[in-house]
Design a protein around this ligand. Structure first.
Ligand code: CUA
Length: 323
């Protein structure tokens, strides 16, 4: 599944990625507000341009020196009606802010999302053993999920248009939000605050699953990586010798190896995309990314990895075993 980029309201894979396609309680409130404001704007536009047209094209009479404009008409048309509309729409906005601030029931899952240049670290901190993944959130359908939003480097903004409003991620401050999907599906999200060269390629996916499927996914992710077999031993060596281990963690029962600034790879092969939603997660894309990710996302923090073809194949064998 490669759903990089978006064109108007449709992402490249055809799935709508639009706040006007609400799939959760919060986004439904936002879409309702959008439509109410839209129709108020239409009404105001019709009245204003209708009045202008009437003023321009009404039958003219000779100037009448005794006629004066009514100040009462000015007060009603120029002050009272606009004030009522502005105060009314302000009230509607406040209502929507309150309605989307907190979920209707206690959150089923607690997550921490860390905005990075330029990918998303996703930490499942509850329930059960915590683990870290990247660029792909799984959530149980029909249940609110609480998100703590962190940013160690620059300001990002977390946005899943079909599920919730934007929430900024600000260094030195912890913001929080919640999401809930009413239907199973794959909802594309993206960074909504300019955060550097690859801001436009900082996407993620929210996969909403029926609760039993979500629990199965959770249980699989909580497990450590499978111990590498003889077929992966050369790949394990390359993972160290080529330098991957300096930035990427893989969690084993005996403890994690590696780590630092890149995505956790414990269950890399279970993810649908790599490079923050940029590429489908398949062997060819993964190989290309490892050899020269700078050709795909210039400026990202992963340097080109100069390794032989045989070493690359062994490394890919190992990474693809991390299901
Ligand atoms: Cu992160 Cu824009």
């Amino acid at each position: 599944m490669a759903c990089a980029g978006s064109l108007l309201l449709l992402s490249a894979c055809g799935a709508p990625q639009s706040a006007l396609n609400p799939r959760g309680p919060a986004s439904s409130e936002i879409a309702l507000l959008w439509w109410v404001l839209f129709w108020i704007s239409v009404a105001v536009t019709v009245v204003v341009f209708g009045s202008l047209g009437w003023a321009l094209f009404r039958p003219r009479h000779a100037p009448d020196a005794t006629r004066t404009e009514s100040p009462r008409l000015f007060l009603v048309l120029g002050v009272a009606i606009p004030s009522i509309i502005l105060i009314g729409t302000f009230g509607l906005n406040m209502r929507t802010i309150l309605a989307t601030a907190t979920p209707g029931s206690p959150p089923a899952v607690d997550l921490q999302i860390v905005g990075r240049q330029w990918w998303w670290e996703v930490r499942y901190v509850q329930p059960g053993p915590s683990f870290t993944t990247a660029n792909e959130l799984h959530i149980p359908v029909g249940q609110p999920v609480h998100l703590e939003l962190l940013a160690p480097d620059v300001i990002h903004s977390f946005w899943v248009p079909e599920l919730q409003k934007k929430t900024d991620m600000i260094p030195g401050q912890t913001n929080s939000t919640w999401i809930q999907a009413d239907e199973p599906g794959d909802y594309r999200g993206q960074c909504a605050e300019y955060c550097g060269e690859q801001h436009g390629h900082m996407a993620f996916h929210v996969v909403a699953q029926p609760p039993d499927q979500f629990q199965a996914w959770l249980a699989a992710q909580q497990k450590p990586a499978a111990q590498p077999g003889p077929d992966q031993s050369r790949g394990v060596q390359v993972f160290s010798s080529a330098g991957c281990i300096g930035c990427h963690a893989i969690r084993y029962g005996s403890g994690a190896v590696g780590g630092g600034i890149g995505p956790d790879l414990t269950h890399l092969a279970s993810r649908s995309t790599i490079a923050a939603g940029e590429l489908a997660n398949n062997r060819g894309n993964l190989g290309g990314w490892i050899v020269n990710s700078q050709a795909i996302k210039p400026g990202n923090y992963m340097p080109p990895i100069p390794i032989s073809g045989d070493d690359l194949q062994a490394l890919l064998d190992y990474l693809e075993s991390l299901k």
